[in-house]
Design a protein around this ligand. Structure first.
Ligand code: ADP
Ligand code: MG
Length: 678
């Protein structure tokens, strides 16, 4: 008996030679297992056949008929065109195949066919015809539901189907059910073999969803099991048990210029309890723009420093790092704390630099350079963490001995995505804005209303307010973009607002220049700050109450929301103007969402729907897993169930969980998500 292994290269299957294997490769199908899990994109109900006389131009139709005539031509540029006339009792239609001359031998007059394809008017003689995508001989016992697979040029549907069929015939019996029986019973999930078979070749359409559901559950379950195991491994590590005296905490809070919101108080309690515990903290602090995360970071840092530890706070931009620095040193609780600002990630540090003279180091990516060392790093805080990759976060944490970790984000991640991306982190949410904020008024400004928005700005500036004006990336080249922002600042200064001071901020400025401009803006010496998107995150200048976004149609929703978050930070009414000329409907949908809601969570959900999870974070390094069948958005309920079960299992019986994880990996040779245990 030969041993059948799922990781056998697909090439060794009957009917797959090197050429077909290569084509499969373009579909990311390398092994038999890939093939078994290469599911149809959709299905075609072949019981739903229209009489030929009723056909009209449409994307896809199924046609049944008898071959009335056959013709094969080679065009002048050696193109093969095979045409059949198919007729049923109601009429006749032409079916066309391009460049598949070998099919000619297959057909005889009088033969009954079922064809599937696009019904359209031929460009040549303008008569209705079917461009055939797939066909089969009508035996009277044909499958009723035909799977439609993602295709690649050169690989015909028929061929692909027969390869998959042979893979299933040979390998399906060796696939073990990785899901424990009790879970299958509890959630009424079918067996794995049955599910795979049904997804490829369902007896009828009602069989598809339960099969998909079962496989999605399995994917989510093992993904979450991995997270749960990782989390429990981290929690088993010895971390720092900070000694947090209530008196010291209260003293610090009492010295703040404002009262903490109840959400901030709750979050602090969660963080303090993590810090007190001997295991390392791994917490995600999520809060919409303006919810007051910075002070939470300052508080946590303060507590660690009082315990004699160092703290690192990393922010994605130099401007933001500087702002944090300025804010923190103003706090009276920080009077005798040594704070260092470390930016300028472009200049590489050549010699090892041990930061031993500072209690709190605030910086950009510069912090994670290899040559930077800490003496006693006890707490690592990452602000706007979605701007960093998974790796960068980890590198910073490695500069300490299992330090506590606090990561903060304003990107309101929809729940399902959060559970997937940050599933091993504990979560705290600031779901309340500090009091006294007036909701921002958002307006869409078409090009022809531009002037009146300038007049409005003039009026508000005369009342003492300030304006951000953001110019987007226009061209591929940063140089040209910069020029666009410069020209715009120039134009506004000279032609529109000669009586005010217009400033310009962009990423290419030197640190002290950036600093200088922010200082002037903060002090009210600049009334209008024209900027590239470097001010997108974090900047906090409550007197700036107008945000103008040029070419708003070019921004993503999350970005627009972040930009708008720069205003509405004081008690004055704030205004956001989205200047755009929108023809494209996704851009329109984004602007509409901005007009309708200021709730970051709602906006994130819309964004996720518009863009799909793959693009949601823009980068691959976001660590978003790729599932075979599960859909993070559509299957949120399944995800939550699977997560609860996985975490419960780890809590109840780590060994069983670990065994289950490993046997599942053995069975398929790969994690469902490509994720790995450590
Ligand atoms: P974000 O969560 O977007 O980082 P920030 O930390 O920048 O928000 O806070 C936004 C503004 O709200 C800052 O000016 C900050 O000083 C202020 N703030 C924070 N907490 C409170 C509070 N409890 N009461 C009043 N103002 C607050
Ligand atoms: Mg912030």
């Amino acid at each position: 008996m030969t041993i059948v292994k799922l990781d056998t290269p697909a090439q060794y299957l009957k009917g797959v030679g090197p050429k077909v294997a290569k084509l499969l490769g373009t579909l990311a199908v390398e092994t038999v297992e890939d093939l078994v899990y290469f599911f149809p994109r959709e299905y075609q109900d072949r019981t739903n056949v229209k009489p030929i006389a009723q056909l009209s131009a449409s994307n896809s139709e199924i046609v049944k008929g008898r071959i009335a005539s056959i013709s094969h031509q080679i065009t002048r540029n050696r193109f093969s065109v095979l045409k059949l006339e198919l007729s049923d009792l109601t009429g006749t239609i032409q079916a066309v195949w391009f460049n598949q001359p070998y099919l000619t031998k297959l057909f005889r007059r009088g033969m009954k066919l079922i064809i599937f394809g696009k019904v359209e008017y031929s460009s040549f003689d303008k008569i209705l015809q079917v461009s055939v995508r797939d066909f089969e001989v009508d035996t009277g016992e044909n499958v009723r539901i035909a799977p439609l697979y993602p295709l690649t040029e050169g690989l015909y549907p028929k061929k692909l189907k027969s390869i998959i069929k042979s893979a299933l015939d040979n390998y399906l019996p060796v696939i073990k059910d990785a899901l424990p029986d009790d879970l299958r019973k509890k959630y009424k999930l079918c067996g794995v073999q049955e599910a795979i078979q049904a997804l490829h070749f369902p007896a009828d359409l009602s069989k598809v969803e339960p099969a998909r559901h079962r496989l999605a559950f399995e994917e989510f379950f093992f993904f979450q099991l991995n997270l749960a195991l990782r989390q429990s491994a981290v929690k088993a590590k010895a971390g720092i048990a900070f000694n947090v005296e209530q008196k010291i905490l209260d003293g610090f809070i009492g010295s703040l210029p404002f009262k903490l919101t109840s959400a901030q108080n709750r979050v602090m309690t969660e963080i303090v309890s993590d810090m007190r515990a001997a295991r390392p903290m791994n917490r995600l602090l999520q809060g919409d723009v303006g919810s007051g995360k910075t002070i939470i970071a300052a508080l946590a840092a303060f507590l660690a420093i009082r315990n004699g530890y160092q703290v690192a706070l990393m922010a994605p931009t130099e401007i933001l790092a500087k702002q944090h620095f300025d804010k923190v040193i103003q706090l009276s609780g920080y009077r005798d704390i040594r704070v260092k600002l470390l930016t300028g990630s472009t200049q590489k540090i050549k010699e090892v630099r041990v930061l031993d003279k500072y209690d709190l180091v605030i910086g950009t990516q510069a912090l994670i350079q290899r040559k930077i060392e800490f003496k006693k790093l006890g707490l690592v805080i990452v602000d706007e963490q979605h701007r960093f990759g998974v790796k960068e976060r980890a590198v910073l944490a490695e500069k300490g001995l299992t330090p506590d970790n606090l990561v903060m984000t304003a990107t309101p991640i929809p729940r399902s995505l959060g559970l997937t991306l940050y599933g091993e982190l504990d979560r705290s949410v600031l779901d309340e804005l500090p009091p006294g904020r007036t909701p921002i008024k958002t307006h869409y400004v078409p090009e022809n209303k531009r002037q009146s928005s300038y007049e409005f700005m003039r009026q508000k500036i005369n009342e003492g307010r300030q304006v951000f004006l953001v110019c987007p990336l226009v061209e591929e080249s940063e140089k040209i973009d910069l020029k666009a922002a410069m020209d715009e600042a120039d134009r506004l200064q000279r032609e529109i607002f000669p009586e005010f001071k217009v400033g310009l901020m962009h990423g290419k400025l030197k640190s002290d220049q950036k600093d200088n401009i922010m200082k002037q803006f903060r002090a009210g010496k600049i009334q209008i700050l024209v900027s590239t998107t470097v001010i997108e995150v974090g900047i906090d200048i409550p007197n700036a109450t107008i945000m103008v976004v040029e070419h708003a149609e070019r921004f993503g929703l999350a970005q627009l929301h972040q930009l708008r978050g720069r205003i509405g930070r004081g008690s004055e009414q704030s205004y956001c103007f989205l200047i755009a000329e929108t023809k494209s409907s996704p851009a329109r949908a984004r602007i509409k969402a901005m007009l309708e809601s200021s709730d970051g969570f709602h906006i994130a959900e819309v964004d996720l729907r518009l863009r799909g999870p793959g693009d949601f974070f823009g980068t691959r390094q976001s660590g978003l897993p790729i599932f075979r069948v599960a859909d993070i958005i559509k299957d949120e309920k399944i995800l939550c169930q699977a997560r609860v079960e996985a975490f419960e299992l780890v809590a109840k019986d780590v060994n069983r969980a670990r065994n289950l994880w490993h046997s599942q990996r053995q069975a398929t040779k790969d994690a469902p998500s490509g994720a790995s245990l450590n």
